[in-house]
Ligand binder design. Structure first.
Ligand code: GLC
Length: 535
């Protein structure tokens, strides 16, 4: 199949967690007008699109992933008019906007669920998953919620004597996607936002949409698993069921009906590579199934090399990879690899990796300035799954609340914000922000780095080396994951021009000597391909 050139193949996406990005009205919570006021920053950074975590009406038990009205902006974030203004302002700057679509569950306060639980005879009873207690009492089967603190995936509704299913907290009952009316209601939500002009969706928890209709127990060998990210997960009966692909084709058809430029990416928390790749379908499911391969990767060249190789191997024809190193559920990049205090240097190398691989790149807000996990004291802890440390306010400047807003912020700002912030880093040629900007601008100028072919070189120590090539332009990427200097013993490294190093002290330009990479240094070296040389 010939490679297509949809915008998102070259794109870098940027995830905004709206509660934590910018607070315009001083209530301590970020909002849509706040984000609109910061779009120039994102345009200058050089990203192509933003994905917004949910901003819909919600009691905020799971901070917006528990929705009571899919077509309303929660007042804490603003109004629908604020959303329209945001969209227009983003488009005026050439930024596309993706919104979160949460189909697996609603809030238990959603009118659909209130109706469903009101009686066994409610016309909406089967919009959710209800089941009788087990023969000797207790939950209908052994399925577990994703969140350890929640325990079982079932809660008894005393009034009607049945249990309802919830893959997350008990305040997030799962919708029943076997039910036609649910599909109609939820696809009309997609249309609502497409009609307003959004450029696509990130679909939440796609892999959980369909469950075994017989509600049979998970086999004992995997019954303790809460996600599909461990070996053996393919035996689970409530995650990654075959019927999900039919649903995705339906969602794809709705979105594709608005034109080929609308993007569907989705959270596919499935570790098995082949099963993960099945979410591309035949180009008729997700354009970009988010890839969890990097998120649990130990810090080593071999580990990342292998993760990329596996991704490339299982990709269906014509499909395009996507890589991310952070999100609102995961320890921050600069903290995850900081066990020996070298997290900051590794965050620089990881930036170069992410932005030079063959694939769409997804950044998490604040990772571009090196934000770290923030210790949140117990009295300020609010998330049901302990994720507050990775959701703290964006650090804009060294002032009070790091410039997030005029008041106190909903989560603490760390002392480190005095130096780790946009304004300070903006003026510093050696900052992480400056490195991100250079990488993003190079990636924009060099099709080899975005859409070029990917060819890994044989492993050498703890150095990951690959070539990106497009129409006669070749760029060598060399990333030293090790803590010791490493000589770069690659023929086309000699005599090439160093385009960029993660080390701000290394001068760009021509070089003749064999390159020796410093500890945790990455470089991009351009090489012109001689006529007749091997590809
Ligand atoms: C996804 C979201 C997570 C949320 C969960 C339930 O995993 O990323 O934040 O808690 O779905 O919607």
């Amino acid at each position: 199949m010939t490679e297509r050139d949809e915008w998102w193949r070259r794109a870098v996406l940027y995830q905004v967690y709206p509660r934590s990005f910018a607070d315009s009205n001083g209530d301590g919570v970020g909002d849509l007008p706040g984000l609109t006021g910061r779009l120039d920053y994102l345009a200058e950074l050089g990203v192509d699109a933003i994905w917004l975590s949910p901003f819909y009406a919600s009691p905020m038990v799971d901070f917006g992933y528990d929705i009571t009205d899919h077509r309303t902006v929660d007042p804490v974030f603003g109004t629908l008019a604020d959303f329209d203004a945001l969209l227009a302002a983003a488009h005026a700057r050439g930024l596309r906007v993706l919104v979160d679509f949460v189909p697996n569950h609603t809030s238990d306060q959603h009118p659909w669920f209130l109706d469903s639980r009101s009686s066994r005879d409610s016309p909406r009873r089967d919009w959710y998953v209800w089941a009788d207690p087990a023969p000797h009492g207790g939950p209908p089967n052994n399925w577990l919620s994703t969140f350890p603190a929640t325990g079982a995936a079932w809660t008894l509704d005393a009034a009607t004597g049945q249990y309802y299913l919830h893959s997350y907290t008990a305040a997030q009952p799962d919708l029943n996607w076997h039910h036609l009316e649910v599909r109609v209601a939820m696809t009309s939500v997609l249309r609502f936002w497409l009609d307003r002009g959004v450029d696509g969706f990130r679909i939440d928890a796609v892999h959980r949409l369909i469950k075994d209709p017989a509600l049979s127990d998970n086999p004992p060998s995997v019954a303790a698993l809460r996600t599909a990210l461990s070996p053996g997960a393919q035996l689970l009966r409530h995650i990654d069921q075959p019927g999900v692909h039919e649903v995705l084709r339906e969602l794809h058809a709705v979105v594709a009906g608005y034109g080929p430029d609308r993007l569907l990416l989705g959270e596919v928390g499935v570790a098995d590579p082949t099963r993960w790749a099945a979410y591309y379908g035949r180009g008729d499911e997700l354009a970009l199934p988010l890839n969890f391969a990097f998120w649990s990767q130990p810090w080593s060249a071999a580990g990342f090399r292998q993760a990329v190789a596996t991704t490339e191997r299982v990709l269906p024809p014509g499909a395009w990879p996507v890589y991310a190193l952070g999100n609102h559920d995961l320890s921050r990049l600069a903290s995850r690899y900081n066990h020996d205090g070298r997290g900051a240097a590794r965050a620089r190398l990881a930036a170069m990796l992410l932005l030079t691989l063959r694939g769409t790149a997804l950044l998490y807000y604040g990772d571009e300035i090196g934000m770290t996990d923030v210790a949140v004291p117990p009295e300020q802890t609010v998330d049901p799954d302990g994720r507050d440390p990775v959701r703290t306010p964006m650090q804009w400047d060294s002032g009070p609340a790091a410039g997030f807003g005029p008041g106190q912020s909903w989560l603490p700002v760390p002392p480190a914000a005095r130096t780790v912030n946009v304004v300070t880093e903006d003026h510093d040629p050696g900052s992480l922000l400056t490195l991100y900007r250079r990488l993003l601008s190079l990636r924009r100028d060099e099709p080899a780095l975005s859409v070029g072919s990917y060819a890994p070189l044989p492993p050498s120590g703890d150095v990951l080396v690959y070539r990106r090539e497009h129409q006669g332009r070749r760029i060598l990427v060399a990333l030293n994951f090790g803590d010791q200097p490493a000589a770069l013993d690659v023929p086309d490294a000699a005599g090439g021009e160093i385009l960029l190093s993660t080390d701000p002290h290394r001068a760009a330009g021509e070089q003749d000597e064999p390159v020796t990479l410093a500890a945790t240094e990455g470089v991009l070296i351009s090489a012109t391909i001689e006529a007749g040389s091997a590809p």
